[in-house]
Design a protein around this ligand. Structure first.
Ligand code: CAO
Length: 258
């Protein structure tokens, strides 16, 4: 808490993103027709298919104060700049071990559910060429630093606007961090044949009660999990989020994998 009081609240400022915003030029004079192609064409198909899924959305807040302190220490004492995402992706994978239906897929005729052994976590990315969801593969076998390295590789590919086809294939769950741009809440949209996706908003320093009913500053980020109600019920998502929340709020659990 003392550290929090002494240091300015970095997340009160809009976060800086790795890429410049894609600003579209304003049409003037005559209308312009552009063909829909590339990543946008893929988005048309995926999002249209997604509308057939009966989504429900479950939201909660994560206290990320401790995690932010760890990130600050890594930066100042170990010269390691690691964003929030690798920690979150690891927490998601650990929670998926215990709630595997969120890492499943459903066939077109809704007759079979496949529970995936691999945790291939897609990360929604604002790239030079639009929205892409490159995949960090086998997160169940990776540590936070390995996830960080793979995410940075994919972010660099996004800056170039060129991904290997294998980087975009095989996702089994997805995470969308809109908070690196702004916005406190987002309702994410499932990427079929996946059955769940999680969104995270911008973290903010907010007053909260501690166990002794003192008001203390906490860094809070909101998350929302959208799930396919044909195969996942609300209680399962609530338990998944509870598990994830426990890990993020007690970050030593991320390293012990318990
Ligand atoms: N709240 C507050 N700050 C955040 C944050 C959050 N939820 N997430 C990231 N930040 C901060 C980071 O800490 C970093 O700040 P510092 O440099 O001071 O540490 C800064 O924002 C930039 O982060 P980043 O973008 O480099 O790295 P990341 O790993 O957090 O995010 C990625 C990577 C790929 C998720 C992000 O670059 C991106 O593209 N986000 C947009 C996703 C998107 O478009 N979603 C919508 C999909 S539906 O259309």
């Amino acid at each position: 808490l003392e550290n929090l009081k002494k240091s300015p609240a970095p997340t009160q400022q809009p976060p800086t993103t790795t890429s410049q915003p894609r600003v579209q030029s304003v049409p003037s004079g005559t209308d312009r027709v552009e063909p829909i192609k590339g990543f946008q064409k893929a988005m048309v198909k995926t999002m249209t298919d997604s509308l057939k899924i009966p989504h429900f959305v479950y939201s909660d807040e994560l206290k990320i104060t401790r995690l932010s302190q760890i990130r600050k220490t890594l930066k100042t004492s170990h010269n390691q700049s690691i964003s929030f995402m690798p920690f979150l992706v690891k927490a998601v994978s650990n929670a998926l071990q215990r709630y595997p239906v969120l890492n499943s897929s459903i066939d077109d005729r809704c007759e079979n559910v496949t529970y995936h052994a691999r945790h291939n976590i897609g990360v929604a990315m604002d790239t030079k060429v639009g929205l892409a969801v490159p995949v960090i593969k086998d997160v169940q076998d990776l540590g936070v630093m390995e996830i960080h390295a793979e995410l940075r590789r994919l972010v660099e590919s996004g800056k170039q606007g060129v991904f290997k086809p294998s980087d975009l294939a095989g996702g089994t769950f997805a995470v969308s961090n809109i908070g690196s741009i702004g916005g406190t809440y987002m309702k994410p949209v499932i990427l079929p044949p996946q059955v769940a996706i999680m969104a995270i908003g911008t973290s903010q320093l907010l007053p909260r009660y501690d166990d002794d009913l003192n008001i203390v500053p906490e860094e809070i980020a909101n998350i929302s999990v959208a799930a396919d109600h044909r195969v996942i019920d609300g209680a399962t998502v609530a338990n998944f989020v509870k598990d994830l929340k426990k890990q993020v709020e007690n970050p030593y659990l991320l390293f012990l994998n318990i």
